[in-house]
Design a protein around this ligand. Structure first.
Ligand SMILES: Nc1ncnc2c1ncn2[C@@H]1O[C@H](COP(=O)(O)OP(=O)(O)O)[C@@H](O)[C@H]1O
Ligand SMILES: [Mg+2]
Length: 276
């Protein structure tokens, strides 16, 4: 019967509902030189469990975009929805790993107390201890949990910030150049920690990087952001790349595959073109 056929033809409910929907978003910031448009015409939909990477040169508005996604800066134009609603204030379930870890952590607290900070008062102490322990293990800081922050190197402090985000187990993880300050080996192992954790949960991850290889290695989709804000060319998305590389990914084998190399070339070309 026609009715039955229709029922069968109905699209299945998408397993991955949109988390973020941005429609022609613009962001202005006001500084000593007055108000400037930093981002314009940003349209982007991010689905649940997606890992989305954004690459671009310095000053193209990447941090500003993260701040808008985290509810710290309101759009000047366009629509920015999180789970179908406009963002107001810092949204529940969204955790940001900031580029500037120095301002994000409390130097007079120990490693463990920094990691525990967002959990305090929200769950039993035994659960906090368990989560903090697991997160500290993930970022390979076991043995340093009772050290004060100011006795750690910059890279270790950034790992504390990452551990703190992991301990929360957020629905949305926003990461602004999370591994930029780390040495190559630590960076590779934390990339894999992140992918491994993601394979066991439903988190949606949006991250920013300067590193084209990192963008491809981690993401399901990579965007290029280009522009030159100081020359009156606000940041905008100039390329979207589907990264259909199989998971789990492997630091050596994935990066050797022809599909990976093709994506890497495409992204490299786009970044050069974006230089303007
Ligand atoms: N508060 C502000 N007022 C005016 N301009 C700003 C402000 N903060 C950043 N900018 C400018 O916005 C542009 C984008 O900054 P940012 O988002 O930090 O870029 P990115 O993270 O890509 O390096 C830069 O040119 C920067 O100088
Ligand atoms: Mg930045």
């Amino acid at each position: 019967m026609a009715g039955d056929a229709q029922t069968n033809d109905e699209p299945e409910e998408s397993a991955s509902s949109p988390v973020y929907e941005l429609k022609e978003v613009a962001v202005d910031l006001t500084g000593v030189l007055g108000t400037r448009r930093i981002l314009s015409d940003i349209s982007l939909t991010v689905h649940q469990r997606e890992i989305v990477g954004i690459v671009g040169r310095s000053g193209t508005g990447k941090t500003t975009l993260m701040r808008a996604l985290g509810g710290l800066t309101a759009p000047a134009a366009g629509e920015l929805l999180l789970n179908g609603e406009p963002i107001s204030g810092t949204p529940e379930g969204v955790v940001t790993i900031f580029q500037d870890y120095g301002n994000a952590l409390l130097p007079w607290r120990t490693v463990a107390k920094n990691v525990a900070l967002p959990l305090e008062g929200r769950m039993r102490r035994s659960e906090i201890r368990e989560r903090v322990d697991r997160a500290i293990d993930s970022v390979q800081l076991r043995g340093r949990e009772n050290d004060y922050l100011n006795s750690l190197s910059g890279g270790m402090q950034q790992r504390v910030q990452i551990a703190r985000a992991l301990a929360v187990n957020p629905a949305v993880l926003l990461m602004d150049e999370p591994f930029g300050a780390l040495d190559a080996l630590t960076k590779a192992s934390l990339q894999d920690v992140l992918l491994d954790l993601h394979s066991h949960n439903d988190a949606t991850i949006i991250f920013i990087t300067h590193d084209l290889d990192e963008a491809i290695y981690l993401s399901d989709r990579t965007f290029v952001i280009s522009g030159d804000v100081s020359a009156g060319d606000p940041g905008h998305l100039s390329l979207e790349l589907d990264v259909e590389l199989p998971r789990p990914r492997h630091q050596v084998r994935t990066r050797e595959s022809p599909d990976y190399l093709f994506l890497r070339h495409t992204l490299g070309d786009a970044i050069d073109l974006a230089r303007g």
